[in-house]
Design a protein around this ligand. Sequence first.
Ligand code: C2E
Ligand code: CA
Ligand code: CA
Ligand code: CA
Length: 275
Amino acid sequence: AKSEARGSFRFFEPEMDARLQARRLMERDLRDALAREAFEVYYQPIYSLGTERICGFEALLRWNHPGRGFVSPAEFIPIAEELGLIVPLGEWVLRRACEEASRWPDGLKIAVNVSAVQFTSASLVTAVRETLRATGLPGRRLELEITESVLVANPGATTAILHSLRAMGVRVSMDDFGTGYSSLSYLRSFPFDKIKIDQAFVRDLGATDGTDFIVRAVIGLGASLGMTTTAEGVETEAQLARLRAEGCDEVQGYLFSRPVPITQVPAVIQRWNGA
Ligand code: C2E
Ligand code: CA
Ligand code: CA
Ligand code: CA
């Protein structure tokens, strides 16, 4: 068995090398891109089922890689986290998104994703305060989206950070709700303002009885804890109708708009909210 194991190790070696190589290139390119500000922020509208209007946008990072074209944030964000680049990168997104949002009509808010590493970093609260001051964006128009990995990484620090943000009027959403291990116990212990129902559940709405039941339960749970609910990944009228019937507060997805570059934001606002 021993020699077999050794043999299989050798067999995978060249492949490992290639992966390591690709990874090193990615690291070099990421550092370079941050230095050159080769990133862009795209914006996807969030639609309120209460007012039947767009109530804000989510900022989504885009990296237009010189050789590879658009690289998914799902691919490069974990690497940026490991390299310690996520804090400067995340602060760049925050600054850029708040700057843009400060020029939008007053009712519109901006939701910014914050990785676990960035959320519990010493500079998060200062960065938010400084960004609001510099851009003039009122805190109540900013939402931060975090996943429960934040809570797994550092539950102690999280409560204090949530309270500091709340004192500035900034709201915090739990993103990708339902995909982690212990979402329910976290909801009980942390003062979130909003739950974002993961698109995996929205996709199966109407297709599986169980899913409809889960979505209904999450919306009810949110309401009873004083949290609003946003469903993401809404692609069809049928999904929208079910979410509306269940009392979901906000929806977001390709049915309304894909994430768009900043130049197209006014047209999206015009299309849904009128002049
Ligand atoms: P997320 O925060 O859950 O964002 C939702 C993802 O779903 C986005 O992918 C969005 O483009 C996509 N999406 C929106 N509507 C639909 C739809 O109707 N159907 C489908 N199939 N997809 C839809 P994206 O932009 O590729 O981002 C992937 C993930 O990368 C995000 O998931 C978020 O976790 C992370 N991310 C993006 N920008 C940032 C950022 O600035 N900072 C951090 N820390 N993470 C970010
Ligand atoms: Ca998000
Ligand atoms: Ca999400
Ligand atoms: Ca996600």
